[in-house]
Design a protein around this ligand. Structure first.
Ligand code: ZN
Length: 297
C-alpha cells in the first residue's frame, strides 16, 4: 500500500492513497472492527514498529473498499510530512553517469555521508535558500526506509529490513561542498531534505533496481534515469552499511542521484526563488516543493 500522512482538522492521520481516493486508516479499521492496538495511528508508529503492525497493514489493505474515501484524490487534501527519520544516510556518486558528469572516478565502494534530520520537510513545503550560498542544487533520489534492526546482513536478506520506499530531494549547496571538503553543512541546511509524499510498502516494489527516476524543474525533465543504473543497489548498500553500523527503524538511506544536476548543466542552473522542483519515481510517487528566497529582516 501507499501510506500518506493527511493533515486534518484533528491533526495528522495515517491514510492509504489509491487510484480510488484517500482512505483514513481509522475508518478502514473501524469498518472491520479492528482492535486499535493492531494498526498504526501515524506513519512514525508504523516505521518505528514496522513488524508489529504487519498484520494491521494487511488488514487495512484487505478492507479497502469497505469505507468511503476521505477524499477523492490528493489534490483535495493536504499531505503532511511523512515521518521524522532517525538518521539520513546518503550515498555519493552512486550513478555511473552522475560520477562522470562530476568528473570523478566510479567509486569502488559506496561513499557514505550524513544529512542531518533537521533538514527534512514534507511535500509542498518550501525549500528556503539560506544565506551565503549561490549554488543550491537539486538531487532526485530513491529513499529506503529501514523498519527492522539490521546488523551484518547479507545482500539476499537485506530487503527484509525495509519498511518502505519514498522520494527524497537531496538538496545541496555546491559552493559549501567545495569549500568544506566534506558535505554535512552543504547537505543539512534547514529545508534541504524534502521527503515524501508517501511510504510505499515493499510488497509493491519487489525489485527496487527497476524504477524510472526523474527530476522536473518547472515542469522540464532535468534528470531522467532508472534505478538499475545505480553502482551499488539497495541490497548492496544495506549489506555494506550494516557490516559495522547497526541500522535501526527510522533510518533512511538516500541512494544517490543520477546525472542532470544543475551544477553540470551548461550553463549551470541553480535553484532560484519561485522554482518548482519535483522528484518523480515510478511506483513510488511524485514529491513537489517550491523554492523560496532567503528571508529578509
Ligand atoms: Zn545525493
Amino acid at each position: 500500500v501507499k501510506l500518506v500522512s493527511v493533515v486534518t482538522s484533528d491533526g495528522q492521520r495515517i491514510a492509504v492513497t489509491t487510484g480510488d481516493g484517500i482512505f483514513l486508516a481509522e475508518q478502514l479499521c473501524a469498518a472491520q472492527d479492528l482492535d486499535k492496538a493492531t494498526w498504526p495511528h501515524s506513519i512514525d508508529e508504523y516505521v518505528y514498529g514496522c513488524r508489529q503492525f504487519a498484520s494491521g497493514i494487511e488488514a487495512i489493505r484487505n478492507s479497502l473498499g469497505s469505507a468511503a474515501p476521505f477524499a477523492q484524490d490528493e489534490g483535495k487534501v493536504r499531505i503532511g510530512r511523512l515521518f521524522q527519520p532517525r538518521n539520513v544516510i546518503c550515498v555519493g556518486l552512486n550513478y555511473r553517469d552522475h560520477a562522470l558528469e562530476c568528473g570523478r572516478p566510479i567509486p569502488k565502494q559506496p561513499i557514505l555521508f550524513a544529512k542531518w534530520t533537521g533538514s527534512v520537510v514534507g511535500p509542498g513545503e518550501p525549500v528556503i535558500l539560506p544565506p551565503d550560498t549561490e549554488e543550491v542544487d537539486y538531487e532526485a533520489e530513491l529513499a529506503v526506509i529501514i523498519g527492522r534492526e539490521c546488523r551484518g546482513v547479507t545482500e539476499s536478506e537485506a530487503l527484509n529490513y525495509v519498511a518502505g520506499y519514498t522520494c527524497m530531494n537531496d538538496v545541496s549547496a555546491r559552493d559549501f561542498q567545495r569549500a568544506d571538503g566534506q558535505w554535512v553543512r552543504a547537505k543539512s541546511q534547514d529545508t534541504f531534505g524534502p521527503m515524501g509524499p508517501c511510504l510505499v510498502t515493499p510488497d509493491e516494489i519487489p525489485e527496487p533496481q527497476a524504477l524510472d527516476i526523474r527530476c522536473l524543474l518547472n515542469g522540464t525533465v532535468v534528470q531522467n534515469s532508472n534505478t538499475r543504473e545505480m553502482i551499488f543497489g539497495v541490497r548492496e548498500l544495506i549489506a555494506y552499511i550494516s557490516r559495522g553500523i547497526t541500522l535501526l527503524p527510522g533510518d533512511v538511506i538516500c541512494t544517490g542521484t543520477p546525472s542532470g544536476i544543475g551544477q553540470a548543466q551548461k550553463p549551470q542552473r541553480f535553484l532560484r526563488p519561485g522554482d518548482e522542483v519535483s522528484v518523480d519515481i515510478e511506483c513510488v510517487g511524485r514529491l513537489t516543493n517550491y523554492v523560496r528566497g532567503k528571508a529578509t529582516g
